[in-house]
Design a protein around this ligand. Structure first.
Ligand code: MLT
Length: 265
């Protein structure tokens, strides 16, 4: 693990392998260990950077909503620190929101884009209110209740009943998350921009991955992104829910490796 100071916080990250850079951005309420299996495979051919986002993992929390654009800015500053001008930018779920915000802010720094189990649209008013309630709940009760409520939405029923090691892995990540970091990200996600109008302007090679049983960002959200991003590739991973990289690691990795090779990344 390495650390870098970015404005008010210390950001923790892993920098593994040598080659063209690939930045992988975790979702909510996880941390960079979400990507361990992807780092293991990709780092034999690529330089893989996995940050802990503002308020998550070993990165400090900050005051106020942790907006997607602020997190995208943190990623850009981390790349500056590492001497990386351009990289493949990939994100799962909230990490995808950050990846789209990154594209909007720094399009020339994106060599290719990977959008996993995510969406371009903003929250509805109802979803914003739920985020505010969840933020209060995290701060007053800690992460256990949030983890219990989220688990059945994150994983397929089959994974929940038959793969205790995956359930434990996902649950442990959630329980390790700092309540103040989770609350700041929830408020940040509620504020995020609708990026639908950005999609037709994306010219980087783009891979869209989604679990066929994703209950949080369903396949339809990925189809909308695929239809709007010219030349994008959409892969629907069977027997996977929202955390498709952990539930179907081999399929996820194979598609990622093939895409990176074909994109010349
Ligand atoms: C995530 O997995 O990052 C979140 O569930 C995304 C969201 O709540 O919109």
């Amino acid at each position: 693990m390495s650390l870098v100071r970015i404005d008010d916080i210390q950001v923790a990250y892993t920098d593994a392998g040598v080659g063209r850079p690939v930045v992988l951005i975790h979702g909510y309420p996880f941390n960079r260990s979400l990507w361990n299996e992807q780092v293991a495979v990709l780092s034999s051919s690529y330089r893989v950077i996995t940050p802990d986002l503002r308020g998550f993992g070993e990165t400090d929390s900050s005051q106020g909503p942790a907006t997607m654009s602020r997190m995208a800015d943190d990623v850009a500053r981390l790349m500056d620190h590492l001497g990386i001008a351009q990289a493949v930018i990939g994100g799962l779920s909230m990490g995808g929101y950050v990846a789209l915000a990154f594209y909007k802010q720094f399009p020339s720094r994106v060599r290719a884009l990977v959008l996993a189990d995510t969406r371009a649209s903003a929250d509805t008013e109802e979803a914003k209110q739920t985020r505010a309630q969840q933020a209060q709940k995290a701060l007053s009760e800690g992460m256990a209740g949030i983890a219990d409520a989220m688990l059945p939405k994150l994983l397929t029923p089959e994974t929940v009943s038959k793969r205790p090691e995956v359930v434990k892995r996902v649950r442990d990540m959630m329980l390790k998350t700092k309540p103040e970091g989770a609350a700041a990200a929830l408020l940040g996600m509620a504020e995020r921009e609708d990026q639908t109008s950005l999609l037709p302007a994306i010219t980087s090679p783009t891979l869209i991955l989604v679990g066929a049983e994703d209950a949080i960002t369903p396949v339809g959200d990925s189809e909308k992104m695929h239809n709007a991003i010219a030349g994008s590739r959409l892969v629907v991973i069977e027997n996977a829910g929202h955390v498709s990289n952990l539930e179907r690691t081999d399929e996820f990795n194979q598609n990622l490796v093939d895409f990176l090779r074909n994109a010349g990344a």
